[in-house]
Design a protein around this ligand. Structure first.
Ligand code: FAD
Length: 269
């Protein structure tokens, strides 16, 4: 039956991280909710039917942004708009602010969070690609304590991550990076990346992450702008095709966007 109403669920709004972890541990069918911009539509379509929602919105400190050594730590509840406009993010890693400013529309940016985006792991999302290229680290807390996961290991499949049951993303650490660029071909209706390519240049060498083409961001090392297209084409296999873009088109787009992203990253480095 087609419905726009979610199935019934219990709702909790814990005031601490410990309480949230314990609520999630008590019910294997419970899910955290942050901005709700991905989870609520899935619940309305009954693609997700969690028995319990654990709202992270009242947990102190989860929306904090702070300089941390040679980088910036962004709390999981930080909205895309805050990442886009934060002076600390912009001065440390401007490409992340740029990418955040290109997510969806203003309403999505006002509610959606960086923790929700990485946990959701949509292949068309922007953060997974940019964070993979930047070599970011994702901090999570669960019943067995805290652990850190490299972004490159965090995204394991379409809507799949390295999160264990009951674990909550608490923050994302992004190393200071100036020589970087992110270029995407956004879907005209939603802004999701049909293809998005992030490039980082360090010590004269380029590193790319390509999102939207396969289930997870694909990374590749490149020596020069001239060789980028060929390197990207050979790094991609199993490209996703849908009614908007075939796998072949996505792969071609990735080679073009890779050259553009790399050119800008070299200019900024
Ligand atoms: P929620 O919807 O609250 O949660 C999503 C999933 O993550 C759920 O499974 C939830 O249990 C889990 N979760 C949430 N927070 C945590 C946490 N801290 N720890 C563990 N699990 C957690 N995204 C883009 O990248 N680019 C776009 O262009 C784009 N366009 C969009 C356009 C529209 C119209 C909409 C509705 C969304 C769009 N999005 C886009 C997605 C948007 O960025 C979402 O906000 C994001 O994917 C999910 O963040 P959220 O805070 O809303 O998470």
């Amino acid at each position: 039956m087609y419905t726009m109403r979610p199935a019934g669920f219990e709702y909790h709004r814990p005031e601490s991280l410990d309480e949230a972890v314990s609520l999630l541990a008590q019910d294997g069918d419970a899910r955290p909710i942050a901005g709700g911009h991905s989870l609520l539509p899935m619940m309305k379509l009954r693609l997700a039917t969690p028995g319990t929602l654990v709202d992270l919105g009242r947990i102190p400190g989860l929306d904090r942004i702070e300089r941390d050594g040679d980088g910036v730590r962004i709390g999981a509840l930080t909205t895309h708009d805050t990442v886009a406009t934060s002076r600390d993010v912009n001065s440390t890693c401007p490409v992340l602010s740029e990418a955040a400013g290109g997510i969806g529309d203003q309403q999505v940016r006002n509610r959606g969070t960086i923790g929700g985006s990485v946990a959701h792991a949509d292949p068309g999302a922007d953060y997974p690609t940019v964070l993979t290229a930047l070599g970011a680290t994702i901090t999570v807390t669960g019943p067995n304590g805290e652990r850190e996961i490299a972004a490159g290991d965090f995204f394991t499949g379409i809507f799949e991550t390295a999160l264990e049951p009951g674990e909550i993303v608490t923050s994302v650490f992004v190393p200071a990076t100036k020589g970087a660029a992110y270029v995407k071909h956004g879907h005209p209706a939603s802004g999701y990346a049909v293809v998005g390519v992030a490039a980082v240049v360090e010590d004269g060498k380029g590193r790319l992450a390509i999102g939207g083409v396969t289930g997870t961001p694909v990374d590749a090392e490149v020596d020069s702008i001239e060789s980028a297209s060929e390197t990207v084409a050979s790094a991609l296999s199993g490209a996703i095709g849908d009614t908007y873009a075939s796998g072949e088109y996505r792969t071609h787009l990735a080679t073009v966007l890779a050259s553009r992203a790399l050119t800008t990253a070299f200019e900024r480095a």
